[in-house]
Design a protein around this ligand. Sequence first.
Ligand code: PEP
Ligand code: MG
Length: 755
Amino acid sequence: MPAGTAARELLRRLHNVMAARISTQAKLDQVAALIAGALESEVASIYLLRDGMLELFATRGLKQQAVHVTRLALGQGLVGTIAESRAPLNLAEASAHPRFAYRPETGEERFHSFAGVPIIRRERSVGVLAVQHVQPRDYAEEEIEALQTVAMVLAELIAAAGLVDAQDVAPKGPRDTSPVRIGGLKLVDGMARGVAVYHEPRIVITNTVAKDTDEERARLKAAFARLREDIDQMVSRAEFAGPGDHDDILETYKMFALDEGWARRIHDGIDGGLTAEAAIEAVAQAQKIKLGSATDPYLRERLHDLEDLSNRLIRVVSGQSGTAAKRGLTEPSILIARNLGPAELLEYDRAHLKGVALEEGSLTSHVTILARAMGVPVLGRAKDLRGQVVEGDPLLLDAGAGALFVRPPQAVIDSFEAQTALNARKQAEFDQLKDLPAVTRDGMRIQLMMNAGLRADLPALDITNADGIGLFRTEFQFLISATLPRKGQQVALYRDVLRAAGDRPVIFRTVDIGGDKAVPYVEARGEREENPAMGWRAIRLALSRSVLLAAQANALLEAAAGRTLNLMFPMVSEPWEYEAARAIVEERRRKLLAAGVPQAAEVRYGAMLEVPALAMVLDELLPRLDFLSIGTNDLTQFLLAADRGHPKLADRYDWLARSLLRFVQMVIRQARAADIPVSVCGEMGGRPLESLALLALGVDRLSITPAAIGPVKAMVRSTELAPLRAKMEGWLDTPGIDIRRELTALAAEQGIRLD
Ligand code: PEP
Ligand code: MG
């Protein structure tokens, strides 16, 4: 397209044509003529989607008798190919293309070169804009970009004029006819059916032609300033402050946000007569063409980053920021996002949130743990998720099978329904085990407690008949609150927990804030840690903000009035930390006693073993403990030096690594020798195969996610422990052995249930 004033002039004329009081056909004819003139092309044609076919609606240069006669299916001919792939074609010799379909009625045999772009509305092709020349020639990149800009304006004008059937724009269209299966990693097991909802929705641009270019420039400038602020804020938020991938993303965000080239190209678009929104979109689309065919995963990732950022900038400029949670879900939905923070997940209405699919995510990230507690299935590491799913697409999520079915055909829906029914039967079997004890075939009673953190988890106590709560993550209350929860709120929650548990024990863990569980009011300084998981978190933070710990201790002591309070501290790496934290609680006990406030009759103190160093001085700590709990989520990442959230380290973060199993065995033996009760409260214990390994190491107390109690109990009741233990001893001494394979084989031999 001609630059500057000429481009503005074309857009203005396009707009005028569409606004004129003439027939629709006359408008399209004039538009085709305008485009042919502006692009100096011999042919300019507009195809629009009608009744599922791409119909030639207007042309300048082809025979007029072809109008409304030439129709192509999606995928048919060059035009159908463009619409189906939503990507432009640029061909010096059209007939050499394998999909070329000759239409005699058009008289197009004279024309050799061909360039076409899709007309996209709500991320779906609603038509194609094509130009042709007699002389074979390649179109320059700028010419294709210009065509795209015109197509974008056309999309808006076509929709406004009602030229495309509503149902052709609605959740239906080229890509939706083709079902897609996206593979990923099971983060939270389960199946769900719902429509795709983007956590950060895309904005449909309804105004592409600027009325006042200066005003658009000012809007863009203000939006850039806001965007940079947002990014700075994001950097200081801990869920984005994890090491690894997030660093890359933030770096790229910053790179684009500060990139003068990006800003300049958007400004060029505005100079050409576009609104700020349309100019941002035009640049993003042009970039997509450049990088879209790249197979290099790094480049594809960067493309996503730019899309993300463009989308964000459009939302800022149009004043429509905010996530889908703010709008609210109105039907059964599956949330689509690159990644989510735990607090963001909690903003969604549980009644309609059926599942989550993420491009990133890891098994032990807190958003996963939270979703597991909420019973929401999650698929992670779903490659190119956002490239393949469109808002509103029907979806089937089968996290267990590691799959998301997009626009599934009936056969897949049928098999999904059958599978759901089967799962319900399995669940019914687990429910039947509810009142039976978790005892192995050779008579060993295993304590199965559950992990919890929210009020909403409490009904699971009775539903699963758990032996108690082995880990109550108190920080979840802090996470879902915009300000520090007041003492009254804390007391009320802890009381409800104790009331729900009745005679069953509850182990409260003092706040484990930090890492990926940041709260704005505590991390007020906005510092970004290089390695937050190994940083200022948990007991470290509690000791340096002792007022926070003291206030929480008060709330816990009061809530447990007259009963035993089981309290444990997270991330202890040295005995002195435990002593210092315990002293703070003891001080509160004395104060409450002096003030005559009713409080816990007894406090039993425990420590979490999640920092490997503690094991080396455990002999010094054990005599001071009432119980010990092994947190395998963190322990595994520290012992194996493999970030629990890092996608590329998933196979290094291995719960059945010989080193980790030996380590756990050593800790169990030490605690047993000192006669201190010891349990495992990480996610590992909730997976039947991994908890079988723990049993083999001598673990007899597990605290696991409620949904795992049924399957783990079924495993326990079908296991004969003695031979398993003997086998495990041998495996731990065999270099290079694949314990996962051995254990699976043994389970099959013994008929141990691992489902
Ligand atoms: C653990 O690290 O194993 C654990 C239970 O604590 P969290 O997952 O909350 O860090
Ligand atoms: Mg932990």
